[in-house]
Design a protein around this ligand. Structure first.
Ligand SMILES: Cc1cc2nc3c(=O)[nH]c(=O)nc-3n(C[C@H](O)[C@H](O)[C@H](O)COP(=O)(O)O)c2cc1C
Length: 211
């Protein structure tokens, strides 16, 4: 599948089966390719990934469920949220996207003065590129994928469970699995006309603005 077609097919799919169209080693390769290929400001490489299959994936979503239930109270948690968390746990796996804050601090330290306040923003942008790379790549291989944000609520518990570095900050959780049978994704609503969102400038032969 071409990159262009994969980007057109990519959607949010929340109803997933614990089934993979690929061996785990190929999924791990996709994640290492993202880390090798995705750009970062000053090539700082601040993004970190953890991949969770089987028991580790289920444990992650049980930690998330417990944290949400404590935070929201059982009544609110059980009126909708619990079903969503159960559905994520039914996926095949999860990729966690992290930033290493020490790397970002180092980038800030060595950056020219007029770039110092950009370090966080640029790290977010690069982390988002890793997310998009993997979302599209997984879609291209036949997975359904969705992106969640239960950070920072779950950070401490997950970090303790995984033993990852104290300087890592959780940014996003990407759940993947084979789409449930019969999944139909509706046409994506486009909220603003293309002419408002995309403007094309080229040299104006009649002598107007030349941008
Ligand atoms: C930065 C970002 C944050 C998102 N956060 C969530 C989220 O926390 N939970 C969720 O279910 N979807 C989340 N989404 C998915 C969006 O809701 C979804 O991409 C959007 O509605 C467009 O639908 P599509 O993915 O099918 O094109 C997020 C997407 C992006 C890009």
């Amino acid at each position: 599948m071409s990159f262009e077609i994969a980007t057109q097919k990519r959607r949010t799919i929340r109803a997933l089966q614990p089934v993979s169209p690929l061996p785990d080693s190929n999924i791990i390769d996709l994640a290492s390719n993202a880390l090798l290929c995705v750009p970062s400001a000053f090539n700082s490489q601040s993004t970190r990934l953890t991949i969770h299959f089987s028991e580790s994936h289920r444990k992650l979503w049980s930690i998330t469920g417990a944290a949400l239930e404590t935070n929201l109270g059982s009544e609110r948690y059980n009126s909708g949220t619990a079903d969503r968390i159960t559905a994520y746990g039914k996926g095949y796996g999860t990729i966690l996207f992290w930033d290493d804050m020490e790397v970002i601090e180092q980038m800030r330290k060595v950056a020219a003065d007029h770039y110092k306040d950009k370090a966080d923003e640029w790290a977010h942008q690069s982390n988002g590129m890793h997310q998009y790379y993997l979302w599209v790549a997984l879609e291209a291989h036949g997975f359904g994928v969705n992106l969640q944000h239960y950070n920072p609520l779950i950070d401490e518990e997950v970090k303790k469970e995984l033993g990852v570095s104290g300087s890592w900050k959780l940014r996003a959780q990407m759940v993947f699995g084979l789409p449930e049978k019969g999944t139909v994704v509706g046409e994506k609503e486009q909220k603003v006309e293309m002419e408002e969102r995309l403007r094309v400038f080229r040299a104006n032969e009649e002598g107007g603005k030349n941008l």
